[in-house]
Design a protein around this ligand. Sequence first.
Ligand code: CTP
Length: 474
Amino acid sequence: MNYNKALNHNIFKIISRSAKELDLDCYVIGGFVRDLILDRGSHKDIDVVAIGSGIELAKQVSKNLPNNPKVQVFKTYGTAMLRYDDIEVEFVGARKESYQEHSRNPIVENGSLEDDQNRRDFTINALALDLSEGKFGELLDPFNGIADLDNKIIRTPLDPDITYSDDPLRMLRAIRFATQLNFKIEESSLKAITKNRERIKIITKERIVTEIHKILESDKPSKGFLLLEKTGLLEYIMPELTALKGIDEVEGQRHKDNFYHTLEVVDNIAIHTQNLWLRWAALLHDIGKAPTKRFSKKVGWTFHGHEFEGSKMVYRLFKRLKMPLNDKMKFVQKMVLMSSRPIVLAQDIVTDSAVRRLVFDAGDYVDDLMTLCEADITTKNPKKFQKYHNNFKIVRDKIVEVEQRDHIRNFQPPVSGEEIMKTFNLKPSKEIGIIKEAIKEAILEGDIPNEHEAAFNLMLEEGKKLGLKIHEKR
Ligand code: CTP
C-alpha cells in the first residue's frame, strides 16, 4: 500500500530531500499515520524516525524550510523539534530501548526501524510511512497494525507484560485509545494491565491527568471508566469513584449503585457539552455520597450533606492529582455543591422565588448547572423521566423570564451600603447588613421588584423597625 498522495503537505517533501542530503532513511510514524488511515482529521503532531541522528535531520530540515524555524534540541532524549505553519515535527533517531524497573527514563541505544517499531506502545501506533525518495509513502506494518485498525483492536507489538512494564503509562493509553476510537483491548493486554496495575504509581500525576482528560473528552467516557475499574487502575487513580460502587440492602431497602449512575450522567452530559470541566463536575457530582451514606429505619438510605462533603473532596482530589487549584476547580466545586438544587425544583411546583434564588446562588453558572442536572436524570421510569424533563424545561423558561424582569444574575443591591449610611447617618455597623439582607430577601421572595424606589422604601421601613432616625441633611 502506498500513501504518497496523502503525504501532500510540502513538509514531507522537504524532510525527504533533507534526509537524502544527509544520506539517511527516515519515516513518519505513530499517531499521524494512525489518524491518517482512520481519516480522523489532520493530526498536528508529526513524529519522524531517522535511521541515524534525529537532531541532525531536524537541523537540515530547518535549513531547507522558508524562515529556517528554530530547532529545539532535547539532548538527553536525543530528540529535536521544530514548528512549521501550525505543525509540530518531532525528530528522533531510531532506538532500541529498555526501561529501568523504577523509572520512566529509558536506557537508549541506536537501532533499526524494526527496533523502533518494536518499542512502541500499540500495533496501530507502530505504523510507519517511508519518506525516502524512491519509496515515498510506502507503508511498513510489521505487526499487522492495519488489520488491528480494521478490526478495532488495541494490541501491543511485544508481549503486553513487557510493553506495559516498560512504560506503565501505556496501560492508561490503551484505555484512552479504546475509549477515543471505540476499540477493544485485546484479551492478553487487558490481563496484563490488571496484573501490572500497581506500576501506575511510578507515573507522574500530570501525565495521568492528561489521559483522564482525553477519556472525559471522548464521546462516551463511561467506556474508559468501566475499563479503569475493571482492570483495577481506578482504585489507584480515583478511589473516590470506586467507593461509590455497590448496592447495600437493609431490611429490604436498597439504594442505587452510584458508580454506574455517575457514569450514565457523564455519558449524558457528553452529549450536551464539550466543556471538560462540566464533564469533570458530572464525574464528581456524587463523590460525597460514599462518606455520608446512612441508613435509618424511618427514612431508609440517606446521603445528607453529600453535596457539601463532595465539594470539599473535589479540592482534595484536585490537589492529590496535581491539577490546578484555580477557577476551574472552584467551578467544579460549585457545580457539585449545587448539584441537587434544581432537582428539588423539578420534583415540585416551580415557583418564581425558588428560581430567583437558584439564579442568585449560581450566577453565571446557572445554565451549566441546569445541563448537569438534566444529565443527572437517569431514572428508568419513563413517566418520571418525562416529568422531570418537563419540569426542567419550565425551570429553564422561568430562568429566562425572571432574568429579563429581575436581573438577578450577578445581583447588585439596588440600594448601596453608602446610601443606607447617609440616610440614617450611620457609621459602618451591623444595621447596614441587616437592612441589605432584608432588601435582598424581599427581592428574591418577589415581595418587591429589583428596583431602586421599592428598595429605598423598604430600607426606610426596615430602618424604622430598627429604631433608626432619618438624617435630615442627607
Ligand atoms: N508512544 C509510545 N509509548 C508511549 C507514548 C508514545 O510508544 N508511552 C509512541 C507511539 O508510537 C505514539 C507516538 O509515540 O504513536 C507518539 O506519541 P503521542 O504523541 O503521545 O501520541 P499519539 O499516538 O500521537 O496520539 P495522541 O496525539 O492522540 O496523543
